[in-house]
Design a protein around this ligand. Structure first.
Ligand code: ZN
Length: 331
């Protein structure tokens, strides 16, 4: 991306070092969240990592998730039929996307597995797949309806007595207050040469209009550059970047290595600021990509409404039918 001259931002008073580069120079990117509530968001001037100015503690996060998160995201205790269809489609796309990279791998574990669609798709593709999900309504649905091997457990309580070939973490890392510790834990969960698939929102993509970018639940906001730097710092190498810089989500496949190295991307800070400032409310909405995306979303919602019950019953039938998978045949 071509970087341009940027106007100075106010400096932050935050003292805690950046979790990525361990420097302490920050600028304030935004004072409010997407609902116009106060939420100071800062960018590290050294590495470009974007986060809340004040990182919530474990207790603050527990309080938020027990009381406010579901309301903020209009979430459900039990998943709606439309959610199941959407997640099932995404799980199938993920299994297909990773299929060329996972030949010869046998065990898979997902952290924050939701209703279990990813795990179930990999199981149907022949892997021994399991996961954990702390939300008990979703975890119960995964076990009882999809018959996916998902246990009711928090990431922080996970025992490290078993290793896997592949670990998935899809839209979880941005919610955690200690992303370095999280990736280091994933590394411990992997066999030598094992793979970690990480998916997070892409801060550089115009996925939300200006003023609606930040949210309390997303403590860290990653770009391709900051996510790759974080991965190397935690003992991984980037095996494949599976997304483009314009995609809404970053999809990155990492391989466990024997060394932890922080290689600073010198252009990261300026590129993040350029990306965030490139649209105003008008130019954001008149983009052809935005119009196309809205049309696609409306069409998808309309067709999903028409066929939800039929398609859902077909998925559940498929999950409950005994499967003779390639993995079981091999075993
Ligand atoms: Zn930094």
């Amino acid at each position: 991306m071509k970087c341009q001259h940027l106007t100075p931002l106010p400096r932050s008073e935050r003292r805690a070092p950046c979790v990525l580069c361990e420097q302490t120079n920050y600028e304030i990117l935004s004072q409010h969240d997407r609902n116009a509530q106060p939420l100071p968001t800062v960018i590290c001037m050294h590495c470009g990592l974007v986060s809340h100015e004040s990182i919530p503690s474990d207790d603050e996060l527990a309080e938020y998730y027990s009381k406010e998160y579901r309301q903020d995201y209009h979430g459900e205790f039990q998943p709606s039929g439309r959610r199941v269809l959407r997640e099932w489609k995404r799980g199938g796309e993920l299994a297909t996307r990773l299929s060329t990279h996972t030949h010869g791998y046998h065990t898979l574990f997902e952290i924050g597995a939701g209703i279990g669609c990813n795990v179930k798709h990999f199981e149907l593709a022949g892997l021994e797949a399991s996961g954990i999900e702390p939300g008990c309504g979703f975890q119960q649905y995964a076990q009882s309806q999809l018959q996916a091997n998902i246990s009711d457990q928090f990431f922080q309580d996970l025992s490290l007595d078993r290793q896997y070939d592949i670990v998935l973490m899809v839209h979880v890392l941005e919610h955690l207050n200690e992303p370095v510790k999280a990736l280091q834990t994933i590394r411990k969960l992997l066999n030598p040469g094992g793979l970690a698939y990480i998916e997070v929102p892409n801060l550089e993509a115009p996925h939300s209009r200006p003023g609606r970018l930040f949210h309390f639940a997303h403590i860290y906001n990653f770009t391709g550059s900051t996510l790759a730097m974080l991965a190397r710092k935690c003992g991984f190498r980037v095996k494949h970047a599976l997304s483009r810089s314009s995609d809404k989500n970053l999809m990155i496949l990492l391989e466990r290595t024997d060394h932890e190295t922080l290689t600073l991307d010198q252009s990261s800070y300026q590129c993040v600021r350029t990306a965030i400032n490139r649209y105003n409310n008008l130019t954001y909405h008149v983009r052809w990509e935005y119009v196309k995306d809205r049309c696609r979303t409306l069409y998808r919602q309309h067709s999903a409404r028409l066929a939800t019950n039929y398609r859902l019953s077909r998925i559940l039938q498929r999950c409950q039918k005994p499967q003779q998978t390639a993995f079981h045949k091999a075993a």
